[in-house]
Design a protein around this ligand. Structure first.
Ligand code: ZN
Ligand code: ZN
Length: 423
């Protein structure tokens, strides 16, 4: 058995891993890495694949899938919500590339072809991708539709975690790791070095801050990622009886509509539906001008301020010390969000604006924290661990620690590396 790494080796982003059993060759995810001024693609691989498995819709896993169809034909396997959410992001990626004056990595034809060539399966519905390989998805507890993939082959069982979280969130009751026992575990390692704060305490602190700002006459701007985080936050705000208007803007709106079409993929459909009804959906520029005039909460993309309506709102409230921006997701190094959070400087298309707005970060991560990662390893009880989807220090740390603690073979591959396993 061979594991070939074309992306997500020593990095978070552009996941692209090939599992080759000798009889079946499967591509696991095919994502992009979005840097502030450019997009990075996976390293090129040679030859064909029998199948492509897409773990979830985030662009670092799905963003290069349509490109596959400009060169070869294969079948993509994923869950129904992942396909619909990916399509939303693929179409947006074309728009964003054009706005930036970049050549999009694929066109509408490739998106259509990707849709045509995809077969969807629900969690716990096994399917065969070749004579010797049976695949089954289970809930990864990360975003709606996200799957942990179990592949049973003549050569042994391989589990690919994708991104996962065991702890409970508002949208998900946590990853199902009851059936992850395997020979080879390919696991994300994003937070190998730390834990996330307990979710209930974090929610309480966040809501207290929101209410404090509003009662003081300020506006609260909450930048969110469109998939998962946007829905978590509107659900939380509406459930917390905020006595001021809650506005909802950006791509999270379309994502919410899609997610609500798949009630089985979220833990409390009725609560999210109620939240989506209660928030005020922003439809045009005219409304945007109006709502920054009195205390309100504005939930909008982009999560790291790389674009989207959030910039419009920030430009209008940046000098108001009574207002606040409350980040709900990790701000990568060099992102405009990190710059505002740490330095108080709002950067839009190269222009820097000093700000007086209050700035705070709340760790609403949908990834496994350190103890989740170890729980996964203990449940999977593998002979081999392959640590991917983490910064170099995190994947190295995890591989070293797991080897010492459990005495199993561990790898923290770099991109381009091929791991040959004799199980
Ligand atoms: Zn993800
Ligand atoms: Zn990811």
């Amino acid at each position: 058995m061979k594991i070939e790494v074309y992306g997500a080796g020593h990095e978070v982003g552009r996941s692209a891993i090939i599992l080759d059993t000798g009889k079946t060759r499967v591509l696991l995810d095919y994502g992009v890495k979005i840097e502030p001024d450019h997009v990075e693609y996976p390293l090129e691989f040679q030859g064909m694949v029998d199948a492509m498995i897409l773990s979830h819709a985030h662009l670092d896993h799905s963003g290069y899938v349509p490109h596959l169809f400009s060169e070869l034909t294969t079948t993509v396997y994923t869950t129904p919500p992942t396909l619909e959410l990916s399509k939303l992001l693929w179409e947006d990626a074309i728009k964003v590339a054009k706005l930036r004056g970049d050549e999009p990595p694929f066109g509408r034809e490739e998106i259509k072809e990707a849709m045509r060539r995809t077969m969807t399966f629900h969690y716990y519905q096994p399917f065969m991708v070749s004579d010797e390989m049976t695949v089954e998805f289970s809930d990864a507890g990360h975003i709606p539709g996200a799957a942990i993939t179990r592949m049973e082959t003549d050569e042994g069982t391989v589990v690919y975690t994708g991104d996962f979280k065991i702890g409970k969130m508002r949208l998900h009751s946590g990853a199902d790791i009851s059936n992850v026992k395997c020979d080879v575990l390919i696991m994300e390692s994003t937070y190998a070095n730390r834990e996330h704060p307990p979710r209930d305490e974090l929610e309480k602190k966040f809501i207290e801050k929101v209410k404090e700002v509003l009662d003081n006459g300020g506006k609260v701007i909450v930048p969110v990622f469109a998939l998962g985080r946007a829905q978590e936050i509107i659900d939380l705000l509406v459930s917390s009886h905020i006595r001021y208007p809650i506005y909802f803007d950006g791509m999270g709106k379309k994502a919410t509509k899609i997610i609500l079409r798949f009630p089985d993929y979220i833990s409390n459909y009725h609560r999210l539906k109620k939240a989506a009804k209660k928030v005020i959906w922003i439809k045009n520029q005219h409304q945007r001008e109006d709502i920054v005039k009195s205390p309100a909460v504005i939930v909008t993309t982009a999560g790291m301020l790389q674009g989207g309506p959030v910039l419009h709102y920030l430009l209008r409230v940046k000098d108001d010390p009574k207002s606040a921006i409350l980040f709900t997701g990790y701000q990568t190094k060099d992102s405009p969000g990190r710059k505002l959070l740490e330095e108080g400087i709002l950067e839009i298309e190269g222009t820097e604006y000093p700000t007086k707005i209050q700035r705070e970060y709340y760790d609403f991560s949908a990834h496994a924290g350190r103890s989740d990662l170890f729980e996964m390893i203990e449940k999977a009880d593998p002979n081999v661990l392959i640590a991917v989807h983490g910064d170099p220090e995190n994947v190295e740390l995890l591989a070293k620690e797991v080897k010492e603690r459990y005495g199993i073979e561990t790898y923290a591959p770099i991109n381009g590396e091929v791991i040959r396993l004799d199980l």
